[in-house]
Ligand binder design. Structure first.
Ligand SMILES: *Cc1c(COP(=O)(O)O)cnc(C)c1O
Length: 391
């Protein structure tokens, strides 16, 4: 499969082996921990790095490899590596780049688990992280020291769908000889391909859009052969590999990724526009709206669509937001995002639990903020659901 094909074609065909005695059209689950070698000579060739055979699933497995080839094709990277979760992907990648005494520079609005890793776990290993506001990329320059190794960003990012300029971030990283790692979970390769804009590693929680059906936990990293090869060595040591059954569901989910994301974005656009006019919502955060401070950048950087995630502030604070969430009938109250079913979550009860009103203000949200992940239900049905719950 040539990587010049369009994303929809790559999503269906890239990575699928379809060879051997039965040539199944869907790559099967190779549910085996270990693999048989025809001779000791072949084992020796494997250990010399001269063989493409599989030895042991923690080192590699045909179903995982198929998912990796498909992901590399979709992101326009040379290589990919799947992991047991988004957090396994992030921690394994970060630990292969930074060592005791090194520093990370990270945007502040990042996934809670990543923030915890950077601010509570890594300091115990003498790895410090300095945070900057994603709206002020220039401030990175002031945080750079001779020990800065990694620039880490997430775009679009919770809770207000903040967009960070990838080209500029890549420029800053290159100037200071840092690697640029991008959590592109909210964007998917359909809306944004950070490697083409200069990133070194792209990470996704495949738990979200890439799996797309709320039935697996997983992560993936994409980059050039050298970078992914280095992370793969660390993955062998740390062991956070994806299970072959999850890789099968990931492959299955990826085949419909382009159509799912297009529909989710189109519905989110309609719903965000409708919500913006509704008096119960004092603010709607969606990069597709002209009122969004990120609209111009999103138009430039994302591929003509703005994602399936919306945040909105309900008048009446936390009680109003809780009542709204409880009255919804189609949209389910659950954490996570990116699946076929629409979900709602309240940042003050989940990702931003325990934040003071002052801290909430500093990240741009209120006690009444709700976050919607738009699924594949009919957009009119979703609007009706929101209308009856907000009423
Ligand atoms: C969910 C999520 C993660 C963590 O992924 P897991 O699969 O839950 O480990 C990281 N980044 C973002 C943006 C996420 O939404």
């Amino acid at each position: 499969m040539k990587n010049q094909h369009s994303l929809s074609t790559l999503a269906v065909h890239a990575g699928e082996e379809r060879r051997g005695k039965f040539a199944p059209v869907a790559t099967p689950i190779v549910q085996s921990s270990t693999f048989v070698f025809p001779s000791s000579r072949e084992v020796q060739r494997f250990s010399e790095g001269k063989s493409k055979a599989f030895m042991y699933t923690r080192y590699g497995n045909p179903t995982l490899q198929a998912a990796e080839v498909k992901m590399a094709a979709l992101e326009g990277g040379e290589a990919a590596l799947v992991a047991a979760s988004g957090m396994a992907a992030i921690s394994t990648a970060v630990l292969s780049f930074v060592h005791s005494g090194d520093e990370i520079i990270s945007s502040r609005n990042i996934y809670g688990g990543t923030f915890h890793l950077f601010s509570h776990v890594l300091p115990d290993f003498n790895i410090r992280t300095n945070f900057f506001s994603g709206d002020e990329l220039d401030s990175v320059e002031r945080l750079v020291t001779p020990r800065s190794r990694l620039l880490y960003i997430e775009t679009p990012a919770n809770p207000v769908m903040q967009i960070i300029d990838l080209r500029r971030a890549a420029h800053v990283a290159r100037r200071h000889r840092m690697l640029l790692m991008v959590d592109s979970t909210f964007a998917t390769p359909i809306l944004e391909r950070p490697l083409e804009l200069g990133a070194d590693v792209v990470m996704h929680s495949v738990t979200k859009y890439l799996g797309g059906h709320s039935d697996i936990i997983g992560g993936v990293l994409v980059g050039n052969k050298k970078v992914i090869g280095k992370i793969r060595e660390m993955m062998k040591r740390l062991g956070g590999i994806m299970d072959p059954a999850a890789a099968f569901l990931l492959l299955r989910g990826l085949k419909t990724l382009p159509v799912r994301v297009e529909r989710q974005c189109d519905s989110a656009m309609k719903i965000a526009r409708w919500m913006e006019k509704h008096p119960r919502f004092s603010k709607v955060h969606y990069p597709g709206l002209k009122s969004s401070p990120y609209h111009a950048l999103a138009k430039k950087q994302m591929h003509g669509r703005f994602g399936g995630m919306i945040a909105a502030d309900l008048r009446g604070g936390r009680p109003a937001a809780m009542r709204f969430a409880d009255r919804l009938r189609i949209i389910q109250n659950a954490a996570s995002l990116g699946g076929v079913e629409s979900l709602i979550s309240l940042p003050v009860l989940t990702s931003h639990w325990g934040f003071s009103p002052e801290q909430l203000r500093s990240v741009g949200i209120t006690e009444g903020t709700v976050r919607l992940s738009i699924g594949l239900e009919d957009a009119r049905d979703l609007i009706e659901d929101i209308e009856q719950a907000a009423g």
